[in-house]
Design a protein around this ligand. Structure first.
Ligand code: NDP
Length: 323
């Protein structure tokens, strides 16, 4: 038997139940992975509440690390005994074991343990594509990063500094500001009410070429006001709720701006992109340029408590669930 969190109806954290389910057999092209650590991500909240849809009953979770127990026919990417990690759909990671397409797995390098692997894959690969592909951040540029003390946020701050950028981090408390500053942010702004004015002051009026906004509804328009002409708004999350429909003319009025709504799924849909993204992440972690901060750990059976903390903005850095 496998133990898993199961959701029979969308709702608050309490809808997540710890249940026995039959251990899956790996089908053709699949590997059965015994999880040693499962990553907590904000997208798990969207699937639980129903903002993102999945057929019920469902098991949430997009990310884990562990050991390959068995493989199905035709699998070439991994073999039993390999230490592996994955991030991205389909959901189902909140379980002691799961069968998953083997071409979604990457082998964890020596020196990166399962807990770190589970903490970093989704948030770290997101930071990679945002900073290196959605907009290629260059040395000398100043950028804005929302939720700078969060899971993706702490990695973005460190990696952007490593690329030579000046990071203006946005957070909600002075303690989170300290954390962002200790992880690569050059400036930390508490609250976003006067963010454009602060960005104007810091950049001497130039404003920034890119804003990374994972907060969504509450900050979208404010973020547009931080951009230089022809700047890029990267709206990659909805922690405060989805962005409302808006008039495209706003982009013209604010300086011929660009907007993108990217997802990790698109950027890693090809196996070659997945492996390249993961390898670049492993490189910055192994060099020490990016440190993965696992600031909270919960038993997987108590995923509800982890969700409650995440939604209440009580977590910083990454959170791992232990089966
Ligand atoms: P975080 O650790 O960043 O947690 C979310 C943070 O958002 C909070 O700590 C809080 O920071 C901030 N926040 C602002 N407003 C709210 C609100 N109303 N309710 C709750 N939190 C709020 O989570 P993750 O690192 O897992 O994810 C960060 C974001 O990135 C999420 O929106 C997620 O969906 C998105 N994401 C998108 C991906 C993509 O490919 N598009 C991939 C991975 C993540 P503070 O208190 O400082 O404001």
């Amino acid at each position: 038997m496998t133990q898993a969190i199961r959701i029979h109806a969308n709702g608050g954290p309490d809808v997540m139940l710890w249940e026995d389910v039959p251990t899956p057999e790996p089908g053709p092209g699949e590997a059965l992975v015994r999880h040693e650590a499962v990553g907590l991500n904000y997208i798990d909240v969207y699937f639980r509440t129903g903002l993102y849809k999945a057929p019920l009953p469902s098991t949430p979770g997009m990310e884990a690390a562990g050991v390959v127990v068995a493989v199905g026919a035709g699998v070439t990417e991994v073999k039993p005994g390999d230490r592996v990690a994955y991030a991205g759909g389909p959901i189902g990671a909140y379980a002691t074991e799961r069968a998953i397409a083997a071409d979604r797995l990457v082998v964890l390098p020596d020196g990166i343990d399962a807990k770190t692997g589970a903490a970093m894959m989704l948030q770290g690969m997101t930071a990679q594509y945002l900073l290196r592909r959605t907009y290629a951040v260059k040395s000398g540029e100043t950028i804005v990063v929302h939720a700078a003390a969060g899971g993706v946020g702490l990695i973005l701050c460190q990696w952007a500094k490593h690329l030579g950028a000046t990071v203006i981090g946005v957070v909600s408390t002075p303690a989170k500001a300290e954390l962002a500053l200790a992880h690569g942010a050059a400036h930390a702004i508490v609250g976003h009410a006067d963010l454009p004015a602060q960005v104007k002051r810091i950049t001497g009026g130039a404003m920034v070429p890119v804003v990374y906004d994972s907060v969504g509804r509450d900050t979208f328009m404010t973020s547009l006001d931080c951009l230089a002409p022809l700047g890029l708004m990267v709206s990659y999350g909805n922690a405060s709720g989805p962005v409302a429909t808006f008039d495209l003319g706003v982009l013209a009025a604010k300086g011929s701006l660009y907007v993108t709504r990217p997802t990790l799924a698109t950027y890693t849909s090809k196996r070659s992109d997945l492996v390249a993204t993961a390898n670049e992440l492993f490189g910055v972690v192994k060099s020490g340029a990016v440190k993965i901060r696992v600031n909270q750990t919960f038993p997987l059976s108590q995923a509800a408590a982890a969700h409650t903390a995440l939604e209440a903005r009580q977590t910083t850095g990454s959170t791992v669930l232990i089966p």
